[in-house]
Design a protein around this ligand. Sequence first.
Ligand SMILES: [Zn+2]
Ligand SMILES: [Zn+2]
Length: 327
Amino acid sequence: MATFASLPLRGALPPDLGVQNHTSPAAATATPSFKPTFASLPLSVQTWAVQMVVFHAVGLLFELMDRLHLFPSTKVRRTRKSQYTHLLPTVLRNQILLLLPSMYACELAGLAFVGGSLHPLRFLANLPLMALGHEIVQYCGHRYLLHAPSVWLMQLLRHSVHHSTRASSAISACYMSAVDFFIEIVCPYLLPLAAVGGGGGGAAFHFLVAGAGAVGGLYEHSGYDFATLFRPAFENVGEKPLSPAEKEAAYKQIEEEERGPIRKFVTAWLADFLDNRAHLEHHTRGYVSFSDGFGSPGILDTLLRTRWDLSERRRADVEREWARQRQ
Ligand SMILES: [Zn+2]
Ligand SMILES: [Zn+2]
C-alpha cells in the first residue's frame, strides 16, 4: 500500500523552496523544509479522509441514539446489545486496506480525481449520472453475484457476513467480507465515477459524492426509519394491514384533516424521501430490493420487479415478517 510519504503532493511548493538566499550562506546550505498540508495530499486521499470523518461522526451519532434510546418510535429494527465494537475492526480494515488504495489507484491511473474543476452544469449533470451508474453496478453485483444461487459462489463471496447484521446498526454498512466490500462499495463508487469522466480535480464534487454516500449507507443500515414520522400510521411496518376500502377511507380522512396543500406536499415528500424500508427488507428477505434503499432511484428494482413492495404477495410476506419482529 502506498504510504503518505510516497504520495505525490498537490499544489505548488512554497515559493521559497529552491530559491537561493544570497544574504545568508547558512540559510543557503540548509535543507528546505516542506510540511505537507491537507490540501497538498492527493485528491483521492483527501476525499477518502473526508468520507471517513463523515462516516464515523455520523456512525457515532447513530450509536449514541441507540444507546440513549432516542426517537424510539422511529427505530424499526433493534438488536439486544450494541454491535458497534464488534463491527468496527472489519469496517476499518475494509476502508483502509481496500477503499483507500482503490481510490488512489484510480487517481494514479488518471481515471478519476484528476483534471480541472467541473463546470457547474457538468457538476450538476454528474450527480444523477453517478446515482444511476451506482445503481446499475450495485444491482448487478448484488443480485447476480452476491445472491447468485450457487453454493460455491456464496462460500467464496461470503455475503452472509453482511446479512448477519440485519441492518440494525449504522456502521454495518461497511461490515462485510473483503470481496463483498469490493463488489458492493468500491466498484459501485469508482466505476461510475470513471465512466462520467472522473469527476475532475476539484474537491467540492468529490467531497459531496463521498460524504452523501457515507450518510446514505449509514442511514439505510441504522434500523431507523424517520419516514414513520410523516407516513400515515397504517402504512407503517408492524401496523395491522387495512383492506383497500379501509385504506381509501383512511386516506380520505387524512386529506380532510390536512391544513393546506403545502403541508400536504411537504409531508408526502418527506415520507417518500426518508423511506428506509427497501434495504431493511432486503436484509430480511434476500430476494427483494437489490439497489441501495436510500438515495437510489430504484429503477432496476422497479423494472425487474424485485422492488420490495411491488407485488402484493411479496408485500404481504414482508408485512407479516415485520409484525413478527416487532412483537
Ligand atoms: Zn446492507
Ligand atoms: Zn444482499
